[in-house]
Ligand binder design. Structure first.
Ligand SMILES: [Zn+2]
Length: 336
């Protein structure tokens, strides 16, 4: 096994020892003899990820071998997010930086492309086969970036994450591959739950009205009609015409539930509900969905598996399916 040498200051030695115990096999190959370098081979791989979903995949694939910082927390809109000064410091000090790509981080793209000339920086969704991507309705030649809404597609992104971590630490690639395989079988189980939950809805019930068009891949994978008030990016303005068209549609098709998003203002959704009410049609908010950001850190909803479980269970229940409120694993709504 190759050893990784990392030179630390004397103050880091206690941390080095505690990390050694976490790092199992790697650390076992290292001995702290007097002729050895001051600190050895045991530092975790330091990863920065833009979105919470990517940070989650890094955690699942990297396990104890990585330390990951996600830049965008709960409720943060990645279309509008711009790197802060402390983000820049974290990224330049990291071993590797992972971002989504497909023009999701529209305000960070040029910064990340510049950074890629100086250090390993990987846009993990850019590696997806183009024929699996939906086109972007606002920008010609670009694709809809919201691929995490289909667990099968996300599974392919997990492969990209594993490959980026393996590039950064080749001697751990077997561990990364094993962890990725375990996570991907969880993603398969989540996909199966999603199909079973949504099968409880009739064809007419399968309409999802949300604040912006984040659910295109969800619609394509699970045979749902998806209508967002705003376009694929939250940067586009919702026109009054768009709202009145949607009001007509809610009334005509007798749709009773629409959904707000945790990372997008609910202002347009209120206008839509008021518009429907003025025509004598009651619409309720079926719940708040995690579109572009996961739930609070430390909760089940703050993981990818919990985020999608929450969305699927909330959508299916609000539109009329009988399902336990606790979701796939009975873990929803339990808090931290
Ligand atoms: Zn979005």
């Amino acid at each position: 096994m190759a050893l990784i040498f990392n030179f630390m200051t004397a103050n880091d030695s206690s941390m080095t020892l505690s990390r050694r115990s976490l790092l199992g096999g790697l650390a076992a190959a290292v001995s702290l003899g007097s002729t050895a370098p001051r600190a050895l081979a045991t530092a975790q791989l330091d990863v920065v990820a833009t979105t919470g979903m990517i940070a989650d995949a890094v955690r699942m694939v990297g396990g104890d071998l990585v330390s990951v910082k996600g830049l965008m927390g709960a409720g943060v809109d990645p279309h509008a997010y711009r790197q802060t000064r402390s983000d820049i410091v974290a990224m330049t000090r990291a071993d590797t930086v992972l971002w989504h790509g497909l023009y999701l981080e529209a305000q960070m793209e040029s910064f990340l492309e510049d950074l890629a000339r100086k250090m390993p920086v990987t846009p993990v969704a850019e590696g997806l086969p183009r024929d699996m991507l939906l086109s972007h309705e606002d920008y010609e030649g670009r694709f809809d970036p919201h691929v995490w809404m289909d667990a099968k597609l996300w599974s392919l992104v997990v492969d990209e994450v594993a490959s980026a971590l393996s590039d950064a630490r080749p001697e751990a690639s077997d561990v990364f591959a094993e962890n990725a395989a375990a996570f991907k079988s969880e993603l398969d189980a989540l996909d199966g739950y999603t199909r079973r939950a949504l099968e409880k809805l009739s064809r007419e019930q399968r309409v999802l009205v949300t604040a912006h068009d984040a659910f295109g891949y969800f619609g394509a994978a699970y045979d749902f009609e998806v209508l967002g008030i705003q376009g694929i990016s939250t940067e586009s303005e919702a026109g009054l015409n768009r709202i009145s068209d949607l009001v007509e549609m809610l009334v005509a098709r007798d749709i009773r539930a629409v959904f707000v998003e945790t990372s997008v203002s609910d202002r347009n959704m209120r206008a839509l509900i008021e518009g429907a009410a003025s025509k004598g049609h009651d619409v309720m908010i079926g719940g708040a969905l995690f579109s572009d950001a996961m739930g609070p850190e430390g909760t089940y909803e703050g993981t990818y598996l919990g985020m999608i479980d929450h969305n699927v269970t909330t959508i299916a229940r609000a539109l009329g399916a009988e399902l336990p409120a606790g979701g796939r694993l009975g873990k929803l709504g339990m808090g931290a």
